[in-house]
Ligand binder design. Sequence first.
Ligand code: AMP
Length: 592
Amino acid sequence: MAVDSLLSSPLGPPACEKDAKALQFIEEMTRNADAVQENVLAQILARNAHTEYLKGFNLHGATDRETFKSKIPMVTYEDLQPLIQRIADGDRSPILSANPVSEFLTSSGTSAGERKLMPTIKEELDRRQLLYSLLMPVMNLYVKGLDKGKGLYFLFTKSETKTPGGLLARPVLTSYYKSDHFKTRPYDPYNVYTSPNEAILCSDSFQSMYTQMLCGLYEREQVLRVGAVFASGLLRAIRFLQLNWQELANDIRTGTLNRKITDPSIKECMTRVVKPDPNLANFISIECEKENWEGIITRIWPNTKYLDVIVTGAMAQYIPTLDYYSCGLPKACTMYASSECYFGLNLNPMCKPAQVSYTIMPNMAYFEFLPHEPNSASSKLIDLADVEIGKEYELVITTYAGLCRYRVGDILRVTGFHNSAPQFQFVRRKNVLLSIDSDKTDESELQAAVENASLVLRGFNTSVVEYTSYAETKNIPGHYVIYWELLVKDSVNLPSDQVLEQCCLAMEESLNSVYRQCRVADNSIGALEIRLVKNGTFEELMDYAISRGASINQYKVPRCVSFTPIMELLDSRVVSTHFSPSLPHWTQERRR
Ligand code: AMP
């Protein structure tokens, strides 16, 4: 029930006193966006004034915007890489941040084929926690009664490494789930998960997923929302159920825990969950045995009010599949964040995916925006409060952890304002051609992979004349499809099916480490496929583009396709298909 005395929030009546405070905080921050930003910048500059990085730009203690803008350059990860490497190698002097670097967060964005390493400081955890604490108060405005049940969230920690200097390097969510902020979070009736911490914290992905699914099945009637961070993660969970429901149902029938679960802390906590429930086991068997899995989420978890998954950006490709499995349940995209910084939240989380806009919270960092217009070469950065509705910008951040005017690589479009804080649609990540899960493959990486693979063809006097690619996500896990047109000069010495399979593997070997980790450790990407097309297919593709108005002089082969008529043209010209016969190499260790 809403707290009547606190009806004051312009966002709507808060569900409880705690929510009222959170909503009030959002109001305060967004009403004073520009002043908060000015203050954040001054705090960051004052605190980091004596870092090696800032000293190099002679700010002489200035903390105002004008001096900052006139003296500090905009940078990319590659510009900072030598400094970051020194920190990773053990230099503890204040290089980027006055506060000690507590660990590195490994981004899914890569540089030279390896995950980017983002230095972070302890207090950033508080900032992330603060943003998380705003999500349910907003959701409670739109969905009532979430305190009457639980959330089935598939959350995972990944293994971590140490840098040569001894600092931990791990993904931001692993860092968060392993923190006390998460592990010893106070009980909140609006935020109860079916997954025990022990399962979330187990870095063996099978054991973790199995346990989380088992708990979700036991508590099927209590589940009010089903989620994962990204849409691809939730679909992986559904695929897992498809592959493992017999074993899960057997555990439920007999009240025993699968022998594959060996993690002692999971085994211990599951003694409180696992009990024989033949009726539930029968129900699960009957539902999962059916050929047709349409609506499986709503069949197994009938009280689910919404799916909590990000379906914006590259994840939009999964919307039809999620709709199929959930009978079109609403899909809530609640927040927008990265390893570098958590940015903001969606104040209208039950809106349609195409309408999702994130409100950047001005207290998280100092935000600037590089106009992203086709014919503009302007490099003048715009402040958060000054962006214009309808325009697109690249996000540039200055963080407490010491990134200054750092280009995140995301392109955002302004859709409106909440008070004086702008709201942004996530348009896309710059330079990403292919993405299935958290992998991001750009044009030059794909080009290098094709070049590497074509070396395999040399002995057959054959070369790749043209190629393009496609992210195939009809089946889970999805996989990369590369269309190749070959020039075969020696028709008696044709490359065999086996040789073409080796080409698939050679491509996978040269893709970046996030791709290979998804393939090997997470099993979230399937084997890469090469589809050979008939000679002349790419010329037909050009004819098609020209017939639709492309200029013949400027025509370039698209290196990634998704437009249905083009896919149909390509697929109708396929002469053979080949899949990678094994997994590429991946180890936790970085290549450099
Ligand atoms: P990482 O550094 O691996 O955590 O990845 C962060 C990136 O993921 C962001 O810079 C975005 O490109 C993408 N991302 C994060 N949240 C969202 C979202 N809500 N919608 C679309 N893309 C997102």
